[in-house]
Design a binder for this molecule. Structure first.
Ligand code: NAD
Length: 499
């Protein structure tokens, strides 16, 4: 027990040095072993973090844009040169393969680079002479203390969707990362300190529901950016807004890939395998429902199954395509969906239960799994599985496929595979989903656009990063200004009119 790594809070520029009242186990999922203990925050500790963040923000918000940009650039350089260290921590606690972990840090870094342009992004507008001798201009100001509550599946990238912009805009942040893989964010906190960010502007509070609930209630917290499962996202949105906070809560997904008969089936099969099984299907943009417009289903499934036979499941530090699932509980839940699919009558084409793996026997393994003949009523179609399980649904027409996608409770990402530009354009216009790929299976928007789904995939009206992110982390003010000149004066109680 004494050899276990302790992962603790990072508040006011330093690690918390007092013992925790409660802790959680952190596993290496490829080994199936506990490798660390993460401290769980109490209500008092969250109160302390909010106080620290509040004080730090008062000064940070008044630092010049030039100063803030310098810190952002310095952070970007440190992150870029040390991203392998973060990737290794992610692989050790999440299980995804190293190249994938590195990819997530790189995608997060793009938001840091976007936030380096904050002086331009914060520019307001100015109307000289809106009325006689009166000028009107708009400015955007920071909110105060911004809380970020993140999921296990992207321990670096998802927090980076938010904090670079929040900090660049002059806020302070408190991050409550997933308790399953908490180490990456601590190293990021160290990078901020090394970059010259004043203590208390970036704080990490580890924990569970106790910490989250306190952040939702605390009057000193201005906004909540949440990413996780839909039931918790709904809870966060309802309680955060009830307490007067600005909330963006991104939830679960069931991403459909619609393949039209004219598509290149080899490219579509490659895409389905990459997007279905990358990161063991633990991506909010993973493809989990493939909708094949007949008569291509048999040919497409044969190509997908053939590619799946070459996938290596194993330890992310070794030569593997796909790592383990994050915990034993989650692996068992995903495996129980495979059981349910068989029970409900879907055809199991590739069975990932009891896979051959390149790793420890105790790891939380589940191999790539493929179902055919899935129908809309089945639980494997209705629910988010969040594992390496791809379901094929057969439809007779584009219209039938579109209607299926539009009826689903989730609307995070979707993709169409076709060589028909007109059909693709019709799809982008008609589909009720927030992020659309045309011959692109995982259409995660680049940092200067915004990331977010529709329907039960997002609560709140603001998506992450891009200009919507800047809007979320600032609030607008409009100033109407007149500098005294002798032509003014006199009494007039009428409503002011532009003259
Ligand atoms: P989760 O909802 O279990 O946890 C997310 C966060 O909420 C964690 O920090 C966790 O500690 C906290 N939490 C958990 N239970 C809570 C409770 N009862 N009260 C208050 N806080 C609680 O999600 P997860 O399993 O970590 O992540 C996977 C989920 O996240 C999937 O559903 C996936 O689709 C979703 N996700 C969505 C997006 C997106 O962009 N829409 C991105 C990544 C992940």
């Amino acid at each position: 027990m004494s050899e276990l790594k302790r992962i603790t809070h990072f508040i006011n520029g330093e690690y918390w040095n007092q013992p925790a009242q409660s802790t959680g186990d952190v596993y290496n999922p490829a080994l199936g072993q506990v490798i660390g203990k993460v401290d769980f925050a109490t209500v008092e500790l969250v109160n302390h973090a909010v106080e620290v963040a509040t004080n730090a923000q008062l000064e940070w918000r008044n630092s010049s844009l030039a100063k803030r940009t310098q810190v952002l650039f310095a952070f970007r350089e440190i992150l870029n040169s040390r991203k392998e260290e973060i990737a290794k921590l992610i692989t050790a606690e999440h299980g995804k393969v190293l190249s994938d972990a590195l990819g997530e840090v790189t995608r997060g870094q793009e938001v840091v680079e976007f936030a380096c342009g904050i002086p331009h992004l914060l520019k307001g507008s100015y109307s000289e002479g809106a009325s006689t001798s009166i000028d009107v201009y708009s400015i955007r100001q920071p909110l105060g203390v911004c809380a970020i509550i993140s999921p296990f599946n992207f321990p670096a990238m998802v927090p980076m969707w938010f904090f670079p912009i929040a900090i660049a805009a002059g806020n302070s942040v408190i991050i409550k990362p997933s308790e399953k893989d908490p180490s990456a964010i601590n190293l990021i906190a160290e990078f901020w300190k090394a970059a010259g960010l004043p203590d208390g502007v970036f704080n990490v509070v580890h924990g569970d529901k106790v910490a989250v609930d306190r952040l939702l209630e605390h009057p000193g917290v201005s906004s909540i950016s949440f990413v996780g499962s839909t039931p918790i996202a709904r809870y966060i949105y309802e309680n955060g807004t009830k307490n007067g906070k600005r909330v963006q809560a991104l939830g679960g997904a069931k991403n459909h890939m619609l393949v039209l008969p004219d598509a290149d089936l080899d490219l579509a099969a490659d895409a389905a395998v990459n997007a279905g099984f990358g990161s063991a299907g633990e991506r909010c943009m993973a493809i989990s429902a493939l909708v094949a417009v007949e008569p291509i289903a048999d040919a497409l499934i044969a190509k997908i199954a053939e590619r799946m036979s070459g996938l290596k499941t194993g330890d992310g530090t070794a030569e593997s395509d796909m790592g383990p699932l994050v915990t034993a509980v989650h692996r068992d839940k995903v495996a129980s969906f495979v059981d349910a699919g068989v029970r409900e009558g879907a055809k199991l084409v590739v069975d990932g239960r009891n896979p051959k793996v390149n790793g420890a026997a105790e790891g939380f393994w589940l191999g790539p799994t493929l179902f055919d003949q899935v129908t809309p009523a089945m639980s494997i179609y209705q629910e988010e599985i969040f594992g390496p399980v791809l379901s094929v649904l057969r439809v007779k027409s584009y219209e039938e496929g579109l209607a299926l996608i539009n009826r689903h409770q989730y609307g995070n990402g979707t993709a169409i595979f076709t060589n028909d530009g007109g059909a693709a354009r019709k799809f982008q216009n008609e589909v009720l989903v927030g992020m659309v790929g045309i011959n692109v299976p995982i259409p995660v928007p680049t940092a200067y656009y915004s990331f977010g789904g529709w329907k039960n995939s997002l609560f709140g009206d603001t998506h992450a990063h891009g200009t919507e992110g800047v809007h979320f982390f600032t609030r607008g003010k409009v100033v109407t200004s007149r500098w005294l000149d002798p032509s003014h004066g006199g009494i007039n109680l009428g409503f002011p009119q532009n003259r």
